[in-house]
Each structure stands twice: as C-alpha cells, then as structure tokens.
Design a protein around this ligand. Sequence first.
Ligand code: UDP
Length: 235
Amino acid sequence: MPKKLKKLYEGKAKIVYETEEPDKLILHFKDTATAFDGVKKAELKGKGALNNTISSLIFEILHEHGIKTHFIEKLSDNEMLVWRAERFLVETVVRNFAAGSVVKRLGFKEGEKFKKPLVEFFYKNDELHDPLVCEPHIELMNLAPIEAIPVMRETALKVNEILSKFFKEHGMVLVDFKLEFGKLPDGSVGIVDEISPDSMRLWDANTGEKLDKDRFRFDLGDLLEGYRKILKRIS
Ligand code: UDP
C-alpha cells in the first residue's frame, strides 16, 4: 500500500499527497461539499467515500474504452492513487441538455435537448468565477498547450458517448459534465481530477429527479441520498 508523505495541495473537496514514488500521488476525497466558488459549504459525512467510489468506477469504465486518465487504483474508502500530472488551467464541459450556466447566460430552457453535444472551455479561476473562454484565450493566456485543445474536445466527446450510454442503461440521463486535463508522466494528455456527481448533472430518466450536486446548490434534497442512489444503480 503506497504511503502518504508530504501534503502537496489542499483544495475544496480533495487533498493531494506525495508518495514514495515521485510520479504517483494520493488523492484524499474530503467530506466537504461546496458550491458557488466555495461560498456555500457543508460537511457531509460519507461524501468523500461516495465520490471516490463513483469516480474510481467511472475511471475504470473509461480505461476499458481506451481513454487515458491519471487513475491508477482505488486505495481505500476515501483515497485513490493517481499519476502526477501537470494540470491545465481549463475546465472542459460537455452538455447534452441545457442546465446551469447556459440557462442563466444564454436563455435556454432547462432540460432543452441540444441538437448535438456542446463542448465549452472555462478558465479555472475562482476569483474570476471560472469565465467561459475560447481557443484564442487559451492560447493567449497559456491555459493549456495549443495542441491539447483538439485532444480535450475529442476526448470529452468520446467520454460523453461512453458515459451517456452507461448512465442510460442504469436509468439516468447525463445532462452535462466537467472534465479536467493535464500532461501525464509519459507525456500524453489525459483526464485528471475526479468524475463524480460533484462534476456532472444526472437526472433520473423516469422522474427527472436531480441526483447530483444541484441538490446541494439549490437545497433540493439530501445530497448523499442522491449520490447513494447513483452508486447503487451503477455498481
Ligand atoms: N462544473 C464543475 N465545476 C465547476 C463548474 C462546473 O464540476 O467549477 C460542472 C457542473 O457540475 C455541471 C457542468 O460542469 O455538471 C456545467 O456547469 P455549469 O457551467 O452549468 O455551471 P454551474 O451553473 O453548475 O456553476
């Protein structure tokens, strides 16, 4: 079992530790829920384990489909082992249905189905509230290597196909999700961070019940109950 050494970084939902192997890190998933750039915050016992478990499962599915990610293995309830990566400063969002910021910003009706999946990039910067950016911004501000932009877009669309089908088979609709990318130790571009109900919108296919972090954002119901329902269906 790899040992946790120095704490490298603590974020809103995770702590990153170094291990004895310089190329490998341990991610510890915290029991903290945050929304609106950290303005809304709560401690929810069990949340870290749920996100770690769901995220590990999703990474395994992506690996089966040949998608490169930083995931190596799940170590314990709250920890996973990952490859160290140089993280890019962009978030890649894929949307199948309108929700969240596209409803507020562009006037789509919530739940409206898009003709084809929409891919967007956001600048990872809490102070600026993660603004939407275009390719020229990514290049100008050096948020990610220019050659990584098509890789991020194509990988995100492939992940969307895989996960939309997967969740559909388990009675859920993948409305949208966010991915982060970085450069892995072998020099390739891969998915980093987590892929969990914190970073996606998942609705029950029959009732439309929201099972993701929107429960916490908008006080729609017990967050962990939603996450437990997701895990139960996919495992
Ligand atoms: N998202 C995320 N982290 C962010 C912003 C968004 O994981 O910092 C996810 C969010 O959960 C949703 C998708 O990306 O599944 C699209 O989010 P949106 O742009 O609608 O922003 P929101 O209104 O959720 O802040």
